[in-house]
Design a protein around this ligand. Structure first.
Ligand SMILES: O=C(O)CCC(=O)C(=O)O
Length: 267
């Protein structure tokens, strides 16, 4: 598994050593994912989780079942407003993540959406899917570099019981029918702790596992992409990056361009 541990010096300098970054990029390009260990503080992730449950917890009550966007059985997707703990460079400008993205996207990229997918106790397994493709069906498609990268951040520790996400390494470079992956046992199901995250090429085939625990299991997605890419399938009806003017003002000038798509929706 592509688990990246940073050295004491890298943490001290908040910078990835050049040869190490090359290695990470190589693994990501080959397998479509890498796991960055301990790049956020656990206290900060706990604060995000508390804010998330405080603001969006009502979505998970049975009486609100009809008003939520479901991406699977008992699996709910919400667009998370950039405010409170979510309006922080600690989230959207993590130095390790940004160094990686600058190399992948040749310096220019945006935040395409901030979303949380929550599986509720008893959630069944999700359909197998890719988050987004371009030039689908063309022989050229699997040869292209990444156009979008999801930073997937568990807001509670993910374990076998609450259902770690299933990923098929290398599948971003294979144009195979999704149905074929049902029988494909070459998957990984990393149990990721709070403070760590997985960086995923949007084309990587993956699926949510059943939640057999009593816990609500939120998975935060901060998706970055090249500026021209728009996820028109997932975000047709709702803004995918919600930032009001007051919160936009609080974003440091260096990062404002990340939010150039704020409050945009198609229909
Ligand atoms: O819930 C999960 O583990 C995965 C969710 C997912 O793959 C998605 O919403 O695209």
């Amino acid at each position: 598994m592509n688990i990246v541990n940073f050295s004491k010096e890298e943490f001290q300098n908040q910078q990835i050593e050049a040869a190490h970054l090359e290695e990470i990029l190589k693994d990501f390009r080959r397998d479509g994912y890498v796991i960055l260990q301990d790049v956020f503080s656990k206290e900060y992730i706990n604060a995000l989780c508390a804010d998330f449950m405080g603001t969006y917890g009502h979505n998970f009550l049975e009486e609100n079942d009809r008003n939520v966007v479901k991406v699977g059985n008992k699996r709910i997707q919400v667009s998370v407003e950039v405010k409170d703990a979510f309006n922080s460079p600690s989230l959207y400008a993590n130095p390790f993540v940004l160094a990686f993205l600058r190399s992948i996207f040749n310096n220019y990229f945006i935040i395409s959406d901030l979303t949380c997918v929550t599986s509720l106790p008893g959630a069944q397994k999700m359909r197998i899917h890719r988050d987004g493709t371009i030039f689908d069906g063309l022989a050229l498609a699997p040869l292209l570099p990444a156009h979008a990268v999801g930073v997937l951040i568990p807001l509670i520790p993910f374990n076998k019981l609450n259902g770690p996400t299933r990923y098929w390494p290398g599948s971003h470079r294979i144009s195979q029918l999704l149905a074929d992956f049902e029988e494909n046992l070459n998957f990984i199901e990393p149990e990721i702790d709070t403070g760590s995250c997985i960086l995923m090429d949007h084309r990587l085939v993956h699926s949510g596992n059943p939640n057999r625990s009593e816990q609500i299991r939120p998975l935060l997605y901060c998706n970055y992409s090249l500026p021209w890419y728009f996820d028109y399938i997932n975000f047709k009806y709702e803004a995918h990056l919600i930032v009001d003017d007051k919160n936009f003002e609080k974003i440091p000038a260096d990062y404002k361009l990340f939010f150039q798509r704020r409050n945009m929706k198609l229909l």
